[in-house]
Design a protein around this ligand. Structure first.
Ligand code: ZN
Length: 177
């Protein structure tokens, strides 16, 4: 366990099990059957959790309280924007709480969430639904490995427990997300 290969640091793929609750103890999220894998140092997870995991090793368990400023941000920083339903794919699940990836003018994808649907008008916000919430993580480090070159260049993990932004019809050739 003292092997440096198993220490959480930049460029490592880290697999964690976690339970996320709000300060009142209500569960908001938890890892699935497969521990969640993320690329450390690439902002795949909220900054407060990433900082707390830095230097930890396989088997370490910790409780981390992350204030909004190091979580999903403060609430009320951005106003919802109105877009037309027709801007979404016809078969998309356009409903309150749904998340979509938009492409900015610089080509970089960024997430938005639907806050309200009124007929043909859809209100979206770049504000995460958990903005303003203090996040309480009970987290255990299950595995640490070196990232592949491809993962490093993409800035996220491939394979079990990793991101699923690469669609089924996507041959994973590079630039998306
Ligand atoms: Zn990728």
């Amino acid at each position: 366990m003292s092997d440096a290969a198993e220490v959480v640091g930049d460029g490592k793929v880290v697999s964690i099990e976690y339970v996320l609750t709000d300060p009142s103890g209500e569960e908001l999220d938890r890892s699935g059957e497969t521990p969640m894998a993320y690329l450390h140092g690439s902002h795949n997870i909220v900054p407060g959790l990433e900082e707390a995991l830095h230097g930890k090793t396989v088997g370490d368990s910790l409780r981390v309280e992350v204030p909004p400023g190091k979580g999903y941000g403060e609430k009320g920083k951005t106003k919802p924007q109105r877009v037309l339903r027709s801007h979404f794919p016809p078969d998309a699940p356009v409903e309150k709480g749904a998340q979509f990836l938009m492409r900015g003018q610089d080509g970089q994808p960024f997430p938005i969430w639907i806050t309200k649907v009124m007929g043909r008008e859809v209100y979206v916000s770049a504000e995460h639904p958990l903005a303003g919430v203090t996040l309480c993580f009970d987290v255990t480090v299950r595995a640490v490995r070196d990232a592949t070159d491809e993962e490093r260049s993409h800035g996220h993990v491939h394979g079990p427990g990793g991101h699923h932004h690469h669609g089924d019809d996507d041959d994973d050739d590079g630039e998306e997300e």
